[in-house]
Design a protein around this ligand. Structure first.
Ligand code: SF4
Length: 609
């Protein structure tokens, strides 16, 4: 067999290669390859996070805080709290397709859909301000953007950088972005002297969030059944005005002014002492949550809602919305105006409150602390006889769990109080442990990012408890956690044969396609709702006319606050309503007491009209 000869260049074997020589050759080769690929167009400029000017307390009177990205109900109450605490505040418009395109133009490639929409929306709004006659410098000096941020693990962690990059690219270099961090919100927000996290501000925001959530859920529960078209929207504007006026104009509690004079005198003499600050803060909490202005505002909203007449005999499929945080909450192009579309198509939409996500965050911290119990213990691996160390470990763990449980309970209870204060139309927050247990066979609760296991948990929860006819998941294109959930949802759907589940990828394009897919699934859900109603009616042994006559004679049953009990196995309002009316007619139940009755009911329109 002929031998293969390898020829080495003499100097390669003999001449010693210095490190500099190697680096020089490497650079030469890199330049040659870059030039070959057309990548040698100039020096590379990496994006660097700009050093930001702080938002100072002196600027409070002239700088306007911009924010947005939620529903108009949430945004209005949040704005009212900002204004009530002495800030100038403006709500940004709902992001639209042209904002999405601007986001693509000025931001990085490969972002997820909400990034494009929200980043582009900010740029678009600043460009609008410029078109109104303000210079770029005036806008940079007189406005700041307030938004949520996170460290990930999904692209939520990139939002801050994306905002800054897009602002720089659009010529608004130096525009300030204030972040409310997902994990350490209070610290981050109060880090800027201009935005001060006081007791009044914090509790005002807490109330605002609850009110926004509950008013948002209620409007979707009532509007599909209104008798007079447009009445609900009209009343909602009025009611949101009432709530916002209260949040903006209520006088903050001050111990030295609002306590009886004999106490106020003592307080004035001790103003600024530690105990006085504590007393004042606790009384502020009490006043914010239980004070008369709050109760009176809720009462007057109840009075306004009481003027809406509803017809619960309209058979409507109940569609539960789940999905990514932003896609399931926005009411615009960001989710193809999906809620409006569903209502137009004759559905009742069950929206998700932000409160669920807040509870999820608290639950996750608690569950994580339990899972890391031995890792985070102050004494690692104590021996069996080191009883004191074991006791310290146990105490620390229980202390943390207890504090988190108290936090969860307070949040859930306060939410429930507002639900009750507004007439018990909205639902209480779902127990997170139950949700995690339901998701657990399919999705690990410690897989973080976006809504984590919530999408799967909600799908199982609403289907298993028969609270809806169809689940619609709105997931933005390019969303990592939602893609994971959707992969899992096919296993979930196989498990629950009765489930109608449809995932829709939201984007800046493809609205018609998305609507037509929803229409197809909704067709099935309508059939399901109609069959359920027919079955309920049959179970009563009565004719629909008899039920209608009874309802016509009892105006309480057309009252928006009338409590219709939920029967297991029936998701639709109409099905539950006929069963209840039948019980009333049979004398098995008594009519519930409600506020003043409403006018006479007219003919019941056909399915979904
Ligand atoms: S959850 Fe999805 S859409 Fe939302 S920020 Fe993360 S990757 Fe983007």
């Amino acid at each position: 067999m002929p031998q293969t000869r390898i020829d080495f260049p003499i100097d390669a074997l003999t001449r010693p290669h210095s490190e500099e020589e190697i680096q020089r050759k490497l650079a030469q080769e890199r330049a040659r390859l870059a030039s070959m690929m057309g990548l040698d167009s100039g020096p590379v400029h990496h994006f660097r996070r700009p050093v930001e000017r702080p938002f100072s307390a002196e600027e409070r009177g002239k700088v306007t805080i911009l924010f947005g990205g939620l529903t108009w109900k949430h945004e209005r109450v949040i704005q009212a709290v900002f204004q009530g605490c002495g800030y100038r505040c403006e709500i940004m418009p709902v992001p639209n397709v042209s904002a999405f395109q601007l986001g693509k133009e000025y931001g990085n490639n490969g972002q997820c859909n909400p990034t494009y929409f929200t980043v582009g929306n900010l740029v678009q709004h600043l460009q609008f301000l410029e078109s109104q006659g303000q210079t770029k410098q005036e806008i940079i000096d007189n406005y700041i953007f307030f938004t949520a941020g996170s460290c990930g693990p999904c692209r939520f962690g990139m939002y801050e950088a994306e905002y800054r990059l897009a602002l720089q690219n659009a010529g608004f270099d130096g525009f300030r972005v204030l972040l409310f961090q997902q994990n350490d919100g209070v610290k981050a927000a109060s880090g800027e002297a201009g935005l001060k996290f006081t007791v009044d501000f914090g509790l005002g925001m807490f109330n605002a969030l609850n009110l926004g959530d509950i008013m948002n859920e209620m409007v979707y529960r009532i509007r599909p059944y209104e008798v007079e078209k447009g009445r609900t929207d009209q009343v909602w504007q009025m009611s949101m005005d009432t709530i916002c006026t209260m949040l903006r104009d209520r006088k903050p509690f001050e111990d030295h002014e609002d306590l009886p004079e004999w106490m106020a005198k003592k307080i004035r003499a001790n103003k600024g002492k530690k105990w006085e600050i504590w007393v004042n803060s606790l009384l502020k909490v009490r006043e914010q949550l239980y004070g008369n202005p709050y109760k009176e505002a809720l009462a007057s909203v109840r009075g306004q809602l009481n003027t809406i007449e509803v017809d619960r005999l309209k058979v409507k499929p109940v569609v539960k919305i789940i999905g990514e945080f932003w896609a399931q909450i926005t009411e615009g192009d960001g989710n193809f105006h999906m809620f409006e579309f569903l209502e137009r198509e004759g559905a009742q939409v069950l929206v998700e409150p932000i409160g669920t996500w807040v509870m999820y965050m608290m639950y996750q911290v608690k569950a994580r602390a339990a899972a890391r119990r031995s890792l985070d213990a102050p004494h690692k691996h104590p021996q069996w006889y080191e009883l004191q160390k074991k006791a310290v470990n146990e105490l620390k763990f229980r202390q943390k769990q207890m504090l988190l449980t108290i936090g969860e309970r307070i949040y859930a209870r306060q939410y429930q109080r507002v639900v009750q204060g507004l007439g018990n139309i909205a639902h209480d927050l779902v127990d997170q442990k139950e949700m995690a247990d339901m998701a657990n066979p399919f999705y690990n609760q410690f897989a973080r990012g976006g809504e984590g296991h919530l999408e799967v948990g909600k799908n199982v929860y609403y289907t298993k408890n028969q609270l809806c006819h169809m689940v619609l998941a709105l997931k933005p294109f390019g969303c990592m956690p939602s893609s994971q959930s959707d992969g899992v949802q096919s296993a979930v759907a196989n498990h629950f044969k009765e489930m109608i589940f449809l995932p829709i990828e939201t984007s800046g394009e493809g609205e018609i396609n998305a609507h037509s897919r929803v229409q197809m699934a909704l067709g099935e859900a309508k059939v399901k709702a109609r069959m359920e109603f027919d079955q309920a009616l049959k179970a009563t042994g009565k004719r629909l006319d008899e039920i209608k006559d009874y309802v016509a004679e009892h105006p309480e049953l057309r009252n928006v606050f009338y409590p219709v009990p939920h029967r297991h196995g029936y998701a639709g309002i109409a099905a539950n309503f006929v069963l209840h009316v039948s019980d009333l007619m049979n004398g098995k139940k008594k009519l519930a007491r409600v506020p003043a009755p409403v006018r006479k009911l007219e003919a019941t329109p056909a399915f979904g009209d």
